[in-house]
Design a protein. Structure first.
Length: 98
């Protein structure tokens, strides 16, 4: 019985991609996955906030060298560019939690 209810709910309210809001059964759609791969933060990273830095010898980004932060360490998965920035905006200001 529960499986039938779940199927009906998914049919009425299908899952959508959290980045572009298109219907997608896999969570993140293929187009956004390709875009996210381009935005992935790889080494070298800032040891404080996790943003990318230009040189391996550089321990901290420009912001962290000149600003005091109230946290010990951060980690970035992706650069804060579209579609990531749009998804974060929707989460923060429109309570879109998917």
């Amino acid at each position: 019985m529960r499986k039938n209810v779940d199927k009906i709910l998914k049919w009425l309210w299908p899952e959508v991609c959290p980045f572009c809001e298109n219907v997608c059964r896999m969570g993140i759609c293929a187009k956004c996955r390709r875009e996210l791969e381009k935005l992935r933060v790889i080494e070298p990273r800032c040891m404080q906030c996790g943003k990318p830095v230009r040189h391996m010898e550089q321990e901290y980004c420009h912001d962290c060298m000149h600003t005091h932060h109230y946290y010990d360490r951060g980690m970035s998965l992706w650069l804060h560019k579209h579609p990531v920035s749009t998804s974060i905006y929707q989460f923060k200001y429109h309570n879109q939690r998917r």
